[in-house]
Design a protein around this ligand. Structure first.
Ligand code: TRP
Length: 481
């Protein structure tokens, strides 16, 4: 397992390929595929990280956590917990060139650790099944924007009623999540550099462009600066344990951590390219897009004279009323929901890729078959979530949790799955594999990781402890993130 150039570059034929920039020549393990280079990796991994979590979830978490106070703790969590866990996952992937199950099999053969990878694969499947339902809503809203449903005169009451009836209609809810799973499967079937990377290279710049246009529009609205202040000025009186839990959970979810998505994406990382820069770029991009989304939504909200309201309806209910009062609002509505759909797609791709990589590496399935079957199976689990928002009564309040089937999925896979996964991954790196190995694989290809000792310390001690505290908190109080 030594990261020596000659060894890791040898292909199955035993030849060391020339580093001429040809993706095939850089392919680490024959037949698995690889990113064509650093940019391809950064865009795809940033595409995984940036999703509904940044644009839909971050603003509503911020509004529940008092605006600036939440953002302040969130930034600390990203730097102190998120980035170390991100590097831990990327290092495992890079060292093993495997899906999460295969990765732990390779690093800890004959132990229980591969079960942790199995949990990650299951969590990827579970998250995909409810995430695709919400992603389906964004496509529905894009359709409504295109057909002019958000014209002038849509007030808060009308918008709320529209949202309620839309997510409660069984046909669109099921149909749109099926559509989303199909599009995801089509991209994943295309493989690493041909499918996932190509899609991300087009979709991520489009997303950024759209968000920047919306940002300029939002902060220049009259009164928009109040929204900027709300988001960026921490009110320390708002700082509660609940805010810390929300912020840490948001950091994990938003950076796609805790279930091996970044192990999988790291496993396609070319060996001759240095990881410290690429990993930092992914973390920064994720953070910036979340802040960008907040800086669009809150100025627009404050300008429209509304109070920041919490809840998952923030984007879907409040923004249409904002668009309705904005010059060219219909056009901006189209742009916004198109970009939200794009962001969601590059995330669902990564969720499906974890499961597909497992089936391809460990079970010897063909990639295309794996993607198709996973999309179908996931659809079966997505249906009850899609029906749990009003269409079918008993699904909207499940036993034990008293929450909808969709929310229960988020609690099981998102809250428990990701936090237990992140604790075990950091414990594995800290006490089984060893942080020196982690650093060795991150730095393979040249560059030192700035603050390497700090990251090693955080991975080994602080991350598992901090996340365990949050886990106990949510289990005891039932206040999920
Ligand atoms: N990070 C994505 C978002 O913010 C969602 C996501 C994709 C994810 N892959 C993941 C979350 C893996 C947790 C784990 O929308």
């Amino acid at each position: 397992m030594r990261p020596a150039y000659g060894v890791v570059h040898a292909t199955a034929s035993g030849r060391v390929p020339p580093l001429d920039g040809n993706p095939m020549a850089m392919q680490p393990t024959e037949g698995r595929g690889a990113w064509s280079g650093k940019l391809g990796f950064v865009l795809a991994a940033a595409g995984s990280a940036i999703g509904l979590g940044n644009i839909w979830r971050f603003p509503y978490m911020a509004s529940e956590g008092g605006g600036g106070a939440f953002v302040f703790v969130y930034l600390l969590c990203v730097m102190g917990i998120g980035v170390p866990v991100l590097f831990a996952e990327l290092a495992i992937g890079r060292a093993t060139e495997r899906n999460p199950v295969g990765a732990f099999k390779k690093l800890a053969p004959g132990t229980m650790w591969p079960a942790l990878g199995g949990m990650g694969v299951a969590a990827g499947f579970g998250i995909l099944a409810f995430y695709s339902v919400i992603a389906g809503w964004t496509v529905g809203y894009l359709w409504m924007a295109l057909t002019g449903a958000f014209g002038p005169g849509v007030d808060a009451a009308a918008s709320g009623a529209l949202f309620g009836s839309f997510i409660g209609s069984p046909g669109p809810a099921i149909g749109l999540s099926a559509l989303f799973l199909i599009i995801t499967a089509v991209v994943v079937r295309g493989g690493i550099s041909g499918g996932i990377e190509k899609a991300s290279k087009i979709l991520m710049p489009v997303l950024l462009g759209v968000l920047i246009i919306l940002l300029i529009r939002a902060v220049t609205l009259p009164g928009g600066m109040d929204g900027v202040n709300y988001l960026l000025r921490p009110q320390l009186s708002e700082l509660t344990p609940q805010v810390v839990v929300l912020a840490l959970g948001q950091a994990l979810f938003s950076m796609s951590l805790g279930m091996g998505a970044m192990i999988t994406y790291g496993s396609y990382f070319p060996k001759d390219i240095s990881l410290p820069f690429a990993g930092t770029a992914v973390a920064l991009a994720d953070m910036c897009i979340a802040l960008l989304a907040g800086l669009i939504i809150f100025p627009a909200l404050f300008s429209a004279g509304m109070d920041p309201q919490g809840g998952p309806g923030l984007v879907f209910v409040v923004l249409p009323t904002v668009f309705a009062q904005m010059p060219l609002g219909g056009f901006f509505a189209i742009l916004f929901f198109a970009s939200l759909s794009i962001a969601a797609l590059t995330s669902t791709i990564s969720l499906m890729e974890v499961v597909v990589a497992y089936l391809v590496d460990e079970r010897g399935w063909a990639r295309k078959k794996a993607a198709t079957i996973i999309a179908l199976a996931c659809f079966v689990l997505a249906v009850p979530s899609a029906l749990s928002q009003g269409a079918v009564g008993w699904l909207s309040s499940m036993p034990v949790f008293n929450q909808s089937f969709l929310d229960v999925q988020n609690i099981l896979w998102g809250n428990y799955g990701l936090s237990i996964g992140a604790i075990l991954i950091t414990l594995f790196v800290g006490f089984k594999w060893g942080t020196p190995k982690m650093l060795e694989w991150i730095e393979l290809g040249g560059n030192r990781l700035p603050g390497r000792e700090f990251f090693a310390f955080m991975v080994k001690y602080v991350c598992p402890l901090a996340i365990a505290v949050v886990l106990v908190f949510i289990a005891v109080t039932g206040q999920y993130f």
